[in-house]
Design a binder for this molecule. Structure first.
Ligand SMILES: CC(=O)N[C@H]1[C@@H](OP(=O)(O)OP(=O)(O)OC[C@H]2O[C@@H](n3ccc(=O)[nH]c3=O)[C@H](O)[C@@H]2O)O[C@H](CO)[C@@H](O)[C@@H]1O[C@H](C)C(=O)N[C@@H](C)C(=O)N[C@H](CCC(=O)O)C(=O)O
Ligand SMILES: Nc1ncnc2c1ncn2[C@@H]1O[C@H](COP(=O)(O)OP(=O)(O)OP(=O)(O)O)[C@@H](O)[C@H]1O
Ligand SMILES: N[C@H](CCC[C@H](N)C(=O)O)C(=O)O
Ligand SMILES: [Mg+2]
Length: 485
């Protein structure tokens, strides 16, 4: 329980009505979750306007309201505070409500189109191996010192986020490694947090349904670096064409990493096999369990961040060489008849190309690559034809299927994908709406030694169809089909 006066510290507002010193039991931005004594923040969303629920929130016991526009009639029962941007205010209010946990832990954020989960998870695994207490906020799951807390978003909303950080502080965590999605920056989910460092992985095509243009997607990512405080580090991938853009306006100290361009931290890929990567890291040759040269970037980012956080090189490399990263990323299994199956979360054109080009780099030569791929419904439609084209360009056979259709017609999503397939590649593709059947067919078509790539769902344990999440697990389906061979 805290007083309103404490929660609004640092918030720019026009006080309109009330004492500003009532006791607050919770900060809530969804009227359906209001409890007696709550502070309700009215946020304008993509579907509805939280301002329309102010009256309901007060009926349900809210004692204070933060809003951008005052409703026609204001109930005497509540304090009203008017702000310019409620979403921005929510970040500050949530941080204050939990007594600013991000200031009591070293918080490191990872942003970029691909590699966030891998990088954040490796950092979490590394620092735990080095003996620290840590938290992780990621797409796959959240964790506090090994305790798993299911995650619903890549970056949680500000209230959930601060509650998790507060829990980490209570569990004496030294570090928290978190993913920062572009939605989170644009929706102010990370406002009010104090970061010790930020890492940029890369920027390629994704989420244009939400950001509309690549430029505004870029601006969202850059916004994270612009807001980093002095004293934090801003670590960027200079091989990405937007890597330096991230550093343009940051107050944090700037550090770079890369495989190709001049950088503060560099590695060289010496070997790239199914068994892992042999890298030269600042003169030391080290084997890592992670597969694919894109993972050389993730490993380098993790290594660089660990050094910037004051860790010792040899201890970092020894620990890092043992780690295998997040679930469902280049996860491979071998069938009794030697078919290889790879489950990977590639759900952007660049990730599809990276995973498939890696397979091409490390396969022995004569084997065929069969890719099973779909695209999510109610998400960026423009990536569908590109992902299908990329899959065809890098595979011998492609089975176009469903990912999470959500509220869309799965057959139409597949049609959108088919539109991207070059005429010369059309005979390479088959379309099978049912993902389970698609996986079975891939296994059926494969000869010993062939490589099957199941792209897009990685760790996901469900398939979302019309608002219902049915149990579905690519790895389980793959192993099931293998067992029937
Ligand atoms: C498009 C998007 O990002 N939407 C997020 C947004 O919801 P919204 O703007 O649609 O909210 P809305 O339904 O219009 O409601 C507006 C406001 O009215 C309130 N409301 C609504 C109804 C009601 O009865 N009472 C009430 O008070 C809502 O609580 C909200 O504050 O704010 C919500 C609260 O933070 C999020 O849960 C929600 O995520 C949705 C579920 C989602 O699917 N988001 C995805 C796209 C996402 O965020 N992805 C990123 C990146 C993924 C990645 O690349 O890894 C992520 O970080 O996970
Ligand atoms: N550094 C990288 N560069 C390009 N592609 C990558 C990189 N790391 C991973 N990938 C590819 O992207 C997929 C997703 O990786 P990961 O889950 O780490 O990314 P993410 O940024 O967290 O994605 P999301 O936006 O869904 O949270 C992987 O399965 C792999 O195919
Ligand atoms: N974090 C990504 C997940 C996509 C995963 C894919 N399986 C899908 O459902 O589209 C997003 O929100 O775009
Ligand atoms: Mg992620």
């Amino acid at each position: 329980m805290r007083y309103l006066s404490e929660i609004i510290e640092g918030l720019a507002f026009t006080k309109l009505q009330g004492s500003a010193d009532v006791e607050i039991t919770a900060v809530v931005f969804d009227s359906r979750k209001v409890v007696p004594g709550a502070l309700f923040v009215a946020v304008r969303g993509t579907h509805v306007d939280g301002h329309d629920y102010i009256e309901q929130a007060i009926k349900d016991g809210a004692v204070a309201i933060v809003c951008e526009d005052l409703p026609g009639h204001t109930a005497e029962a509540a304090d009203f505070l008017m702000v310019q941007n409620s979403a921005e205010a929510l970040g500050i209010l949530a941080s204050n409500f939990y007594a600013n946990p991000s200031k009591k832990i070293k918080l490191v954020g990872v942003t970029g189109t691909n590699g966030k989960t891998t990088t954040a998870t490796l950092l979490y695994q590394l620092f735990r191996d080095l003996g620290y207490k840590c938290g992780l906020l990621s797409t796959v799951e959240n964790q506090i010192n090994g305790r798993v807390i299911p995650s619903t978003h890549t970056t949680p909303d500000p209230v959930a986020l601060n509650a998790l950080l507060d829990d980490m502080v209570a569990q004496s965590c030294d570090y928290c490694f978190m993913e920062v999605s572009s939605h989170a920056v644009a929706q102010h989910r990370i406002d009010g947090l104090t970061f010790a460092g930020g890492i940029f992985s890369n920027l390629t095509h994704d989420h244009l349904d939400y950001h509309k243009t690549f430029d505004s997607y870029l601006k969202a990512k850059k916004g994270f670096f612009d807001a980093l405080p002095k004293g934090a580090f801003a670590l960027t991938n200079v091989d990405d064409r937007n890597g330096n853009v991230m550093l343009q306006n940051t107050k944090a100290f700037k550090k770079t990493y890369g495989l190709k361009n001049m950088a503060d931290f560099k590695v060289k890929v010496l070997e790239n096999q199914f068994g892992g990567l042999l890298l030269n890291v600042d003169g030391d040759e080290v084997w890592f369990k992670m597969v694919g040269s894109f993972n050389a970037y993730n490993l380098l980012a993790v290594y660089a961040a660990a050094i910037l956080l004051g860790q010792e090189k040899s201890a970092v490399l020894t620990s890092l060489s043992k780690l295998s990263g997040a679930e469902g990323r280049f996860d491979y299994s071998i069938a009794p008849n030697k078919i290889i199956g790879i489950v990977d979360y590639a759900h952007t054109p660049d990730a599809v190309q990276n995973v498939l080009s890696t397979v091409q780099d490390i396969r022995k030569g004569t084997e065929k690559v069969i890719t099973v791929i779909g695209c999510g419904g109610d998400r960026d439609k423009t990536k569908r034809p590109v992902m299908a084209k990329t899959a065809c360009d890098w595979s011998d056979k492609v089975i176009l299927t469903s990912d999470n259709p959500r509220t869309e017609d799965p057959a139409q999503i597949i049609k959108d994908m088919e539109a991207g397939v070059d005429p010369g590649n059309q005979r390479k593709t088959i379309s099978i709406v049912d993902r389970r059947e698609a996986i079975k067919t891939a296994v059926h078509l494969a000869q010993p030694g062939d490589i099957i790539v199941l792209a897009g769902k990685g760790h996901e344990k469900y398939q979302e169809i019309n608002g219902v999440k049915n149990h579905f697990d690519d790895k389980e389906e793959l192993l099931n089909a293998f067992s029937k061979l």
